[in-house]
Design a protein around this ligand. Structure first.
Ligand code: SF4
Length: 355
């Protein structure tokens, strides 16, 4: 077992510290932070909770060394006990094959490390840019294309934050700012509120988009404070959740999404097509219907970004096309996400023609 840690976020930087001091009242964690701090990070504990065979342990330990395991308990609660092929478990359980080097898979598949005009900013799309608000994530997804990204060099804080705001102010073509990460919602509400205030002061910025998985894995993250800074200001709020399977949406998640929708946010979803998780039309149709029931429209279905360590999730483009064709027969058009791939150096996602 690993030594128990107290996990804290400081200015968006994730630190694990052994701590015995009592927290001051103003430092008392909000409930989502308590849930986050209580995440399961020990593969042996995970296997125990889920009644899974010990034979999975060596692979899990080896995968954990390359990219550490982190799973909030509310997410584990939605997994089926005793099923090592559970679609939620597969997304987060480290495996031995992650350390195999496979040709065609790289550390930085989207070449993002060469698209930083200033620290913490990725500007590759016309009219919009990405700000890396936090290098932390609530959950470490094994297929993540940024699993090797140097977050330490690319987070906004102090001087780099001022430079980022100056850069956006100087680029009048930017009408949308996308908060990204890691997971941007891993930052505190007070920090995010200050950022959104500064962005609201730039007249050409009209829309604030957040890409996040946090409301899916810890629905308590949708706080009243978040609703306030996200939905009640001048900028149009768009939330893109990253949900890959219908089982990820339980009642608590649906209620949190409903709160955001009632406050005026546009809710969209993007899914990564993953072998063994959602690579059949029935599963994708179920996801689309469950999202719609929760007030979310399916937006993109991504082919895997070919990052080292994730090759075992890949689905061939031809098979993906067949799946989307089948999905079109099962769902109305508005519930069929666009099949896309990110291509390094391209100014936008590349749509994959279906026919
Ligand atoms: S950035 Fe998104 S996909 Fe990657 S680990 Fe974090 S939550 Fe998962």
């Amino acid at each position: 077992m690993k030594t128990p840690m107290i996990t804290r976020y400081e200015g968006g930087v994730h630190t694990d510290k052994l701590s015995t001091r009592l927290l001051l009242p103003e430092e008392q964690p909000e409930s989502w932070k308590k849930v986050l701090a209580d995440s399961v990070t020990d593969p042996e504990e995970l296997l125990g909770i889920l009644n899974l065979p010990k034979t999975l342990l060596p692979g899990a330990i080896s995968g954990d060394k390359a990219f550490s395991m982190r799973i909030p308990r509310p997410y584990i609660d939605r997994m089926i006990r005793g099923d090592q092929f559970d679609p939620l478990l597969r997304q987060v359980l480290p495996l031995g094959e992650e350390s195999e080097e496979i040709s065609g898979y790289s550390l930085d598949p989207l070449a993002e490390q060469s698209q930083n005009p200033t620290e913490g900013i990725i500007h590759k799309y016309q009219g919009r840019l990405l700000m890396i608000v936090s290098g932390a994530c609530a959950i470490n997804c094994r297929f993540c294309f940024r699993r090797h990204f140097p977050y330490g060099d690319n987070q906004l804080g102090g001087e780099s934050w001022k430079q980022a705001i100056a850069y956006i102010r100087s680029q009048e073509s930017i009408h949308e700012v996308i908060l990204s990460g890691g997971d941007p919602l891993a930052a505190t509400d007070s920090r995010l509120a200050r950022m959104v205030d500064a962005l609201s002061d730039i007249p050409h910025v009209k829309t604030l988009r957040i890409h996040t998985r946090l409301p899916i894995v810890i629905p308590q993250r949708v706080t009243d404070e978040m609703i306030e800074w996200f939905c009640k200001g001048r900028l149009k709020p768009v939330l893109v959740i990253h949900c890959n399977h219908a089982n990820e949406i339980d009642d608590h998640v649906a209620q949190s999404l409903q709160k955001l929708r009632q406050a005026g946010a546009t809710l969209l979803n993007q899914t990564v097509l993953l072998r063994g998780v959602n690579d059949n039309a029935e599963t994708l149709a179920d996801l689309s219907h469950t999202l719609f029931d929760a007030g979310v429209l399916p937006y993109y279905l991504h082919l895997l970004d070919r990052v080292q360590g994730a090759a075992h999730f890949d689905i061939a483009e031809e098979k993906a096309k067949v799946l989307v064709n089948e999905l079109m027969h099962q769902c109305p058009g508005y519930l069929v996400p666009k099949l896309v791939r990110e291509v390094a150096g391209e100014a936008s996602k590349t749509p994959i023609p279906i026919n």
